[in-house]
Write a new protein. Structure first.
Length: 331
């Protein structure tokens, strides 16, 4: 199989490439990545000799056509992915998430290439904190932020290209990922690296918002299950029953790093901040026989703290600029 992975120098994409090289050595991997502020070739260093890397933009139709013409399967991770950035400047989100996905869809349509689209549970909006419900494939789309609305738009393009043009597509909507190689702008790496730097962790609002955490390796094993066994035209929700409120996560990071559990600050809230996400992944489990391997969040978080402690050279170049951006937002 010749696999084209967009966004393979980002957090989830680079972990996906590592997993693929390790567990599917027969697959020929090409990564297409623009190396924006969020992409880092260092994340692919351990597998650099086993893959082909193309630096380029998914909105570049000629480049995308050339790479897709040489692929059997495309897995599309590339995106602008951070909600806070989308509130400061939505344009790159429209450009990459919508125009970029359109460009890929046109190429896979021309070449008849199998396409898997990586998306987010945020397309469904949010749930009340005390609502027992979870998101299912039937939940109506109701995105809140520029980020989630552009991801929702990209999902709808995929559905239309599948139905109207017969594109061989599947979609997955996953909950919040954690693990190695995640940019320090995101919640868990930001707080871990703050503690390492002697800065108090920052909780938005009251800290009561809930996210449904999944280890990145489990997200990627689910993506492989869909590539291998997923039904064309279907949407699969990926989640591992990992609901935690932000305050509990920060307290656990503080405990695991030997700090007092209350050594954090509450800061101003994110505008439009979604309250709670929760995934019902029954379809993935029942139809494709997928199950997560990293169900103990405490152990997964401890391993992630160890990774950031041992890999300061990977995140240090991004840290000051990231905190300067947050300081401007008062967060
Ligand atoms: P990330 O920001 O860490 O990585 C994105 C990658 O895409 C970077 O390497 C960047 O250089 C590349 N990229 C951005 N714009 C590009 C362009 N125009 N052309 C080519 N490459 C470009 O993101 P992530 O957290 O790894 O998320 C990957 C995908 O998974 C996204 O589609 C995101 O919506 C989705 N997702 C993320 C999460 C999560 O918790 N992080 C959860 C569910 C779904
Ligand atoms: O649900 C999937 C989504 O999860 C993905 O689609 C996104 O790409 C990914 O970034 C993530 O979105 P969130 O907005 O949930 O992630 P973030 O890491 O930005 O924040 C997680 C929670 O922590 C959220 O409730 C906001 C809060 N937060 C975040 C930061 C950076 C804080 O309280 N303090 C912080 O410093």
């Amino acid at each position: 199989m010749r696999l084209l992975v967009t966004g393979g120098a980002g957090f989830i994409g680079s972990n996906f490439v590592h997993q693929t090289v390790r567990e599917h050595p027969e697959v020929e991997v090409t990564v297409l990545d623009a190396l924006t502020y969020a992409g880092d070739e260092k994340s692919l260093a351990p597998v650099a000799d086993a893959i082909t890397f193309a630096k380029g933009d998914i909105t570049d139709a000629d480049l995308v056509d050339e790479l897709v013409s040489d692929a059997d399967v495309v897995v599309h991770f590339a995106a602008e992915s951070h909600n806070d950035n989308s509130l400061s400047n939505p344009w790159p989100f429209v450009q990459t998430n919508i125009i970029g996905t359109f460009t890929l869809l046109e190429a896979v349509r021309r070449h008849g290439t199998r396409y898997h689209h990586i998306s987010t549970d945020e397309v469904y909006g949010d749930l009340e904190l005390d609502d027992p419900a979870k998101f299912t494939p039937e939940t109506p789309y109701n995105p809140s932020s520029p980020y989630s609305s552009t991801k929702a738009g990209s999902d709808l393009l995929v559905r239309a290209w599948a139905r109207s043009f017969g594109v061989q597509a599947t979609i997955s909507n996953c909950s919040n990922n954690y693990g190695p190689y995640q940019h320090v702008e995101k919640f868990i790496p930001r707080q871990i690296t703050n503690v390492i730097d002697g800065i108090r962790p920052k909780l938005y609002g009251t800290g009561e918002n809930v996210r449904d955490w999944i280890h990145v390796e489990d997200h990627n094993s689910a993506v492989w299950a869909i590539i291998e066994r997923g039904r064309i035209g279907e949407t699969y929700l990926i989640g591992a029953n990992g609901e935690q409120n932000n305050k509990d996560v920060v307290e656990l990071i503080l405990e695991l790093t030997g700090q007092p559990r209350d050594a954090y600050d509450l800061v101003s809230d994110r505008p439009g901040h979604d309250l709670r996400y929760a995934i019902d992944s029954f379809k993935l489990r029942d139809e494709l026989g997928w199950a997560p391997q990293y169900e103990n969040f405490r152990d997964g978080l401890a391993a992630t703290i160890d990774w950031y402690t041992a890999n300061e050279g990977w995140w240090r170049p991004q840290k000051d600029a990231t905190e300067a951006k947050y300081a401007q937002l008062g967060r």
